[in-house]
Ligand binder design. Sequence first.
Ligand SMILES: *Cc1c(COP(=O)(O)O)cnc(C)c1O
Length: 372
Amino acid sequence: MTAPVPFFDRARGDLALQDELSAVFQSVLRSGHYILGPEVEAFESECAAYLGVRHAIGVSSGTDALLVALMALGVGAGDEVVCPAYTFFATAGAIHRSGATPVFADVLPGSLNIDPASTARALTERTRAILAVHLFGDCAPMDELLAIAGGRGLPVIEDAAQAFGAERGGRRAGALGLMGCFSFFPTKNLGGFGDGGLATTDDDKLAERVRTLRAQGARRKHHHTRIGGNFRLDALQAALLRRKLPRLGALLERRREHAARYAALLGGRDLPLTLPDAGAAGHTFNQYVIRLKDASLRDPLRSSLAEQGIGTEIYYPAPLHLQPCFAQLGPPEGSLPVAEAAARDTLALPIFPELTGDEVTRVAAAIASFFG
Ligand SMILES: *Cc1c(COP(=O)(O)O)cnc(C)c1O
């Protein structure tokens, strides 16, 4: 049997930087400064410059970036926030924790990003914001969403957790809406060494609010102007991420190469699959997610690949309106057909910068031979 192909392997990239990362740890250790401080400030300015925003604020996770963005906008009890039904749980979980109610919109069959028409139908008098997700590293249809929101004076928040470095119309994710939220969870495009996140905005007032909220609502020690939380970023995390940021362009390039190779090997041979649009401009391929035309073959394909040592994942096995904790919110099963179908027919293939071209070829060959 040939060597296994892992779904994801961070050690490959990290071990190559071992000496540099150890030196960063030594330097933070000598500084004795572990939370916020100069390393976090430097990382924030470097992120702001890279993303093309006035403010980038380091926070404790992507989930907390979403929560603190909603809190900064004053979203709370009695409000509704529209978000896609097909995304990672945290998108809707953060809306609920802010006190507001998530209202689920369906997604587009091609990109699986939030559907602007379904978003427009989900708006009510209570809608306070639209929370768009740049799913799998590809930007949501922001022009359409901004047009819908603009007509109503609503903010669009970007859940860009999977899309650090993604672009749309010459601007980067996080600079497209009123606020952007990023995650440095190890599997994301800019993967950290533990939990971490970032909130972005061009708005000075919102940035000041996020900075206050992330430190218990106090800009001055023991003087609490708001009720915030502990949403701070660690100095060690920021210092390590600073060493990866200059390499991000090359890492994203590798992701795009792998996506192009999958497309070349799996496309144009009549396999009963729908592939992601490899040509989508600015796509960063945080995930490479195929759809099976016959959903009943998804799990057998996954098992067959597993038997050959090939790792896959299902992102996501249930749409959020059917999760037990949200089921009472609705809408009922059958209402968001694209999200519901995607939960049954999607399969995420291995894609990470240090994957080799040979490994991509083996995954594609195993899929092709499954279909005979
Ligand atoms: C990863 C992710 C989050 C949460 O980020 P954490 O850093 O894990 O808290 C939120 N939204 C989406 C779409 C994600 O993929």
